[in-house]
Design a binder for this molecule. Structure first.
Ligand SMILES: Cc1ncc(COP(=O)(O)O)c(C=O)c1O
Length: 372
């Protein structure tokens, strides 16, 4: 079986875990989390604070919560993992499904502009596959309409934009470190922001709202008498997760090179194949999380079955969120999302994918498409 995605871990992560279990003995949130946050900050560079939580969804939830009031609207592409939408509703806000550019597969700002109302307070660009598109235009848009920006950067850990790492600039960025992301901490996520108010809110909100509990935990203490100013959740990261994350972060240069090399080989080999389109992705700056192709002529599902019969996993990222019962609204349409959804297929992409395996994937795709 050639896997679509996987956790790329070895003895080093196991040793890091055993270090926490046997040497430290405290598995909750403490020194390892503090170190992971510092090291992430060092990796990203820039002025932002990094606050680790136990999932990317939790990161988005708290980030949105920090900048909205109940009923505020958030512009978000329908073409995303359902986590983006769930995080918005969890924060008491309303996701406004937007259409995408059918080439970049990223949020279409012209379409987003048409969906603005006086309740619109946030825009959430989703860095699909790891690419950010014209992020400068997103920020100009946000300035024009006085919106906060919460970047769903779950796919974009390591990606650079205009010489800076995603998360090291801008308003608020949220990463995911779930099992198959560019780095994993087992499960986990992070909010990155230079906004002091947001930072303090998220730090408390991840620990049930207990004021300044982060500082206590990082100095090995507990908060016995404390204050709570707002709703909070049990979203903090554990030392166990952080130990895995710290080990993975050291491997990030290798992971990035590997993901970029694999994606670049796909681009080279599949770029001119009849019957499919690729999305433009500048692999000198993007660290791709997935490798989507657009299969034309109604043949996506046929190719998916053909691959599966030959032991090759593929994925469909993503089912349009505006079509889900919980999020659909009468009259809300995203025709380009629907169009792309019918064509999109993700090919295997992870640092453990061998050249021989990738060759098999490429040849199998070509074989299917060469037979009309
Ligand atoms: C686009 C996007 N946003 C948010 C998330 C949520 O991250 P997590 O799985 O860590 O909660 C994911 C995870 O797959 C994602 O792909």
């Amino acid at each position: 079986m050639i896997r679509l995605a996987k956790s790329v871990v070895d003895i080093k992560e196991a040793q890091a875990l055993s270090g926490v279990i046997l040497d430290d003995g405290y598995l909750g949130m403490g020194q390892e989390v503090r170190l992971f946050e510092d090291e992430l900050k060092g990796f990203l560079g820039g002025r932002g604070a990094v606050i680790c939580v136990n999932s990317g969804t939790a990161a988005l939830h708290l980030a949105v919560m920090a900048v909205v009031k109940p009923g505020d609207e958030v512009l978000v592409p329908s073409f995303t993992f359902v986590a983006s939408f769930q995080a918005i509703t969890a924060a008491g806000a309303v996701p406004v499904a937007c259409d995408i550019d059918p080439k970049t597969l990223l949020l279409d700002l012209k379409d987003a502009a048409r969906r603005i109302t006086r309740r619109t307070k946030v825009i959430m660009p989703v860095h699909y596959a790891g690419a950010v598109g014209d992020l400068k235009a997103v920020y100009s848009f946000a300035r024009k309409y006085k919106l906060r920006v919460v970047e769903d950067a779950a796919h974009a850990f390591g990606t650079t934009y205009q010489g800076k790492k995603v998360g090291s600039f801008g308003d608020i960025a949220c990463f995911s470190f779930d099992g198959i992301k560019n780095i994993t901490s087992g499960e986990g996520g992070a909010v990155v922001t230079a906004d002091k108010k947001v930072r303090e809110f998220v730090k408390d909100a991840r620990l049930l709202g207990v004021h300044k509990d982060t500082d206590k935990r990082f100095s090995g203490q507990r908060s016995w008498e404390f204050e709570v100013y707002h709703q909070g959740y049990r979203y903090h990261m554990s030392n166990l997760f952080a130990a895995i994350g710290r080990t993975q972060l050291k491997k990030m240069p290798k992971f990035s090179r590997s993901r970029q090399a694999l994606a670049s080989r796909y681009q080279k080999e599949l770029g001119c194949v009849d019957g499919l389109d690729l999305t433009p992705m500048d692999l000198s700056v993007v660290v791709p999380h997935i490798f989507p192709i657009l299969v034309k002529n109604g043949r996506r599902d046929g190719l998916r079955v053909f691959l599966a019969e030959r032991g090759i996993e593929s994925g469909i990222h993503y089912y349009p969120s505006h079509r889900l019962k919980f999020f659909s609204k009468p009259g809300v349409k995203c025709p380009r999302v629907d169009e792309v959804y019918a064509k999109v297929l993700s090919l295997p992409l992870h640092p453990d994918l061998t050249r021989v395996q990738q060759r098999t994937v490429i040849e199998t795709v070509k074989e299917f498409l060469s037979h009309g």
